[in-house]
Design a protein around this ligand. Structure first.
Ligand code: QUE
Length: 348
């Protein structure tokens, strides 16, 4: 059996290849442990100057965390399996952010949820034109996690400063970002066209990340126009609030065109009402003064733990990943009937 994360050292680079193709490289506990062990080993190894994370899957970088396994355990009465998986995954996310050498993720395909947690906390987030990313947790009765509810509110967008409203739009709607959107939002740092990827990776091994980027990174404009950029004025008006009720009111308030409202309502159609209310509380908590990534991860864990015990999580994973009918029965069915208090009390 081959490892689900292949670890090797090539030239001056420690390379991790995500390798669980049957599950679109979605992360399970052994994969998280492989990544953590490699980072612990390479942190103090002078022969390793940088770490590169890649996937050789033709379509996927990493589709998320293996929430189907978590649901199975939860339904068998074992909630500790989910707790253990998420606490180790979030520890890995923090360790990536704190890694003292360049950590280069190459997103050349689909990256969702946990796949963004294993990439965006690194110093270099390289995308190709095949990159496609989303935080789709609202559809499974969960909330944006793996540090992204914190990271996305603290990274500079193309506007030159962090934009929590854009972050909340992305996390609460599950909007799918393409390469241009990833570069505009600040989630990606560099654009390398797919046809130069092999040469780029060879140059990283031989010459180091800075020289390789100097040679192969293209002008982000080559990724095309960002649709997210044109959506931003509407998103800033609607999603810059700390409660779901205010966001809902702003959506009805006429800040966006009817076409923009239609797009937002389409995206929200698959969202769990409980996730919308608790997710907004999470974003508000993770934008607060003095909350760093580790505190943000603790907030995600606290709300996530409540949600994993809520029947909406099992129902959402069922509808998206088990039966794939995309027809979940949420309870409550309306955001107005969800009480935000337990989530507000769970966070810092
Ligand atoms: C929300 C999610 C996930 C998702 C879809 C959502 C997620 C996840 C997967 C996934 C996809 C394909 C696989 C797989 C898992 O999809 O976390 O094993 O083969 O892992 O709407 O959070």
């Amino acid at each position: 059996m081959t490892d689900s994360v292949i670890k090797d050292v090539s030239g001056r680079t420690g390379r991790l290849t995500l390798n669980r193709p049957k599950a679109l490289n979605s992360l399970d506990l052994p994969m998280v442990r492989h990544v953590r062990e490699a980072l612990a080993e390479w942190r103090d190894d002078d022969a390793v100057e940088q770490v590169v994370v890649v996937s050789e899957h033709p379509k996927a970088f990493c589709a998320g965390g293996d929430v189907r396994q978590v649901r199975d355990a939860q339904m068998a009465g074992d909630s500790e399996a989910g707790d253990a998986f998420f606490s180790e995954e979030y520890e890995m996310n923090a360790e990536i952010a704190e890694f003292p050498k360049p950590y280069v993720a190459v997103i050349d395909g689909i990256a969702m949820g946990g796949g963004l947690g294993v990439s965006l906390h690194g110093s270099h987030r390289v995308v190709t034109e095949r990159a496609s990313a989303a935080m789709p947790e609202m559809a499974i009765g969960f909330v944006p996690d793996v540090g992204i509810s914190w990271f996305s509110q603290h990274v500079d967008t193309a506007a030159g400063h962090p934009e929590p409203a854009i972050a909340r739009f992305l996390g609460l709607t599950g909007y799918r970002l393409d390469a241009a959107d990833l570069l505009w939002s600040g989630w990606a740092t560099h654009f390398v066209p797919q046809d130069s990827l092999e040469n780029f990776l060879r140059a990283v091994d031989a010459d180091g990340i800075d020289a390789a980027l100097g040679e192969f990174a293209a002008d982000p404009a080559e990724a095309g126009e960002s649709k997210l950029a044109s959506f931003a004025p509407c998103a800033r008006q609607v999603f810059g609030h700390d409660t779901w009720r205010e966001i809902e009111n702003a959506l009805d308030g006429g800040a966006c065109s009817s076409e923009e409202r239609r797009v937002i309502n389409d995206l929200l159609r698959s969202a769990s009402p409980t996730s919308l209310v608790s997710g907004t509380e999470l974003y508000a908590a993770n934008a607060a003064e003095g909350v760093d990534l580790r505190a943000g991860l603790r907030n995600e864990y606290a709300i996530g733990r409540i949600l994993r015990h809520d029947p909406n999580f099992a129902e959402g994973v069922r509808a998206v990943l088990v039966d794939k009918d995309r027809n979940p029965r949420w309870q409550p069915a309306e955001t107005g009937d969800v009480d935000a208090t337990p989530y507000r009390e769970a966070v810092q």
